[in-house]
Design a protein around this ligand. Structure first.
Ligand code: GTP
Ligand code: MG
Length: 137
C-alpha cells in the first residue's frame, strides 16, 4: 500500500533533529499528507504500544514516549511501509545501516529517534489513533 505512519520520537525532537529528519523524509520522496506536533500522556502512549504490553521493555517504552513532544505524520509513497522501514533502519541504531535515520540520529534502542508502521493494518490503526477523518483526506 501507499501510506505509512511515523512519529519523530521525543529524543529526536528534544535534540533539535525534527527539521532535519522531516527534510530527509520529504527529499526521499514521501509526501506528508498529515502532520501534528503533540505530546503523548503515559496513558495514550500505553494505548499506542498496547501490542507490546507483555514485553519486558514496555514500561520503559511508555515512559520514554511520554517524556516530551513528538511529531506524528502520515506519509504517502509507493510501497511506503516496507520502504520507510528500510529508510529508518534497524530498531537498534548500532545495527542500523549507514545513512539511515536511526544510524544518524538515534542513540540507543530505547531512544531511537523515529517510528515506522510495520504493516498495512497497523499503519491504518496508528494513523487513525492520531488523526480524525477531517485531518486525513
Ligand atoms: P517502532 O517503529 O518504534 O515500532 O520500532 P520497531 O518496529 O523497530 O520496534 P518494535 O515495534 O519491536 O519495538 C517498539 C519500540 O520498543 C522500539 O522502537 C524500541 O524503542 C523499543 N524496543 C524494542 N525492542 C526492545 C528491546 O529489546 N529492548 C529495549 N530496551 N527496547 C526495545
Ligand atoms: Mg514497531
Amino acid at each position: 500500500t501507499n501510506r505509512t505512519f511515523t512519529m519523530i520520537k521525543p529524543d529526536a525532537v528534544a535534540n533539535g533533529h525534527a527539521g532535519a529528519i522531516l527534510d530527509r523524509i520529504i527529499k526521499a520522496g514521501y509526501k506528508v499528507v498529515a502532520l501534528k506536533y503533540t505530546k503523548l500522556s503515559a496513558e495514550t502512549a500505553g494505548q499506542f504500544y498496547a501490542v507490546h504490553s507483555e514485553r519486558p521493555f514496555y514500561k520503559d517504552l511508555v515512559s520514554f514516549m511520554s517524556q516530551g513532544p513528538i511529531y506524528a505524520a502520515i506519509l504517502e509513497k509507493d510501497n511506503a511501509i516496507e520502504d520507510f522501514r528500510k529508510f529508518i533502519g534497524a530498531t537498534d541504531p548500532a545495527k542500523a545501516d549507514a545513512g539511515t535515520i536511526r544510524a544518524d540520529f538515534a542513540k540507543s534502542i530505547d531512544a531511537n529517534a523515529i517510528h515506522g508502521s510495520d504493516s498495512d493494518e497497523n499503519a491504518a490503526i496508528e494513523g487513525n489513533f492520531f488523526f480524525s477523518n477531517f485531518e486525513r483526506f
